[in-house]
Write a protein that binds this ligand. Structure first.
Ligand SMILES: C[S@@+](CC[C@H](N)C(=O)[O-])C[C@H]1O[C@@H](n2cnc3c(N)ncnc32)[C@H](O)[C@@H]1O
Length: 315
């Protein structure tokens, strides 16, 4: 039931460029078109493009914090105002943070191809992400992949060719773009082959998103807690539909009269790690998300807070 309510709430929310899930107009201060880069590394490609194209806004995704740091220094030094960076797995965040039809171009330069079969799911252009792109790209919008790995270019070409939502263009070998990335310069020096693949979105698709915007922090007041039940939560796993969470550890903070639970939750493939705090109040206990960690308040995160409160309450 909870699941259905969450999903319904999402669909009832207005989904225009200005509103849910992220107000890009307010972030950039204008409504210019959006280009997104995944895995920008040091950010020199995005910085050069952003500088050359002041009429376009750029959003870059990286898993590496160092990469974010370097890119932001680059933007600052070059007075670049039309680029922003976000840390995290782009495949999930792009689905959650962009409304339908809001991205004009997606750029991926020299991603790791994850050659081992057991790492296949780490590749960028997996089936679920191609469906996300069929939602978030505007019709006529493009994806652009540059790679030095021939079989990977072919695999991505095949994946997009199979999709009814995209028109795949022939792979261009040893392309020459005016701006080169750090990896590209390295591979050029070594004389490696390079491949450029472009696909155009031709048909809309609607993916299911799991975030619900900036909703209230989940919390619950309970009269008293059972310490044994609380300590017993360590290493326990809970599941309800596609929401799962595990309590990795239970810490006692005697100075602040509270307990902290380290939790890992997942909504399908969206995994987050955070703390749930249990505070002693004058006549009760408060179970809430700890403010040091700020997970997206997904159904699984809410489920973890309410379930923990239910399980530790002394009856
Ligand atoms: C091989 S480097 C290429 C860097 C840069 N594009 C270049 O051409 O010089 C790939 C980058 O992608 C980032 N990356 C890999 N998977 C990612 C994902 N799912 N979301 C965001 N960034 C990712 C890595 O952290 C790494 O910095």
């Amino acid at each position: 039931m909870h699941d259905k309510i969450a999903v319904l709430k999402y669909f009832l929310k207005p989904q225009t460029f200005d509103e849910y899930p992220v107000n890009w107009k307010d972030i950039f201060g204008n409504r210019k078109k959006l280009y997104v880069e995944i895995g920008f590394g040091s950010g020199e490609y995005m910085a050069a493009l952003a500088k050359e194209n002041p009429d376009i806004n750029f959003v870059g995704f990286e898993t590496s914090l160092t990469a974010l740091y370097k890119a932001q220094i680059n933007f600052y030094k070059n007075n670049i105002k039309n680029a922003r960076v976000i840390q995290g797995d782009a495949r999930l965040l792009i689905r959650e943070l962009f409304p339908s039809g809001s991205i004009s171009k997606l750029i991926v330069n020299f991603p790791c191809p994850w050659p081992k079969k057991r790492h296949k799911e780490r590749r960028i252009f997996i089936e679920s992400f191609i469906l996300t792109l069929a939602d978030v790209l505007r019709k006529g919008g493009t994806i652009e992949l540059a790679t030095d790995v021939d079989w990977y270019a072919q695999e991505v070409y095949d994946n997009f060719s199979k999709s009814e939502f995209f028109e795949a263009q022939e792979i261009i070998e040893n392309f020459n773009r005016p701006i080169k990335t750090k990896y590209e310069l390295k591979w050029d020096k070594e004389g490696r082959n390079k491949y450029l693949f472009i696909a155009k979105k031709v048909k809309d698709y609607k993916v299911l998103r799991i975030l619900e915007g900036v909703s209230e922090m989940p919390h619950k007041n309970i009269n008293s807690i059972d310490i044994d039940k609380l300590k017993d939560l360590k290493d326990k796993k809970f599941q309800e539909g596609n929401k799962t969470f595990v309590v990795n550890n239970v810490y006692e903070d005697m100075i602040n009269d509270r307990y902290l639970l380290k939790v890992v939750s997942s909504d399908d493939d969206f995994i987050q790690q955070y703390y749930v705090a249990i505070y002693k109040k004058t006549n009760s206990w408060l179970v809430k998300l700890d403010s040091v960690t700020i997970p997206y308040r997904t159904p699984a995160v809410k489920f973890s807070v309410y379930k923990i409160a239910e399980l530790i309450e002394e009856i």
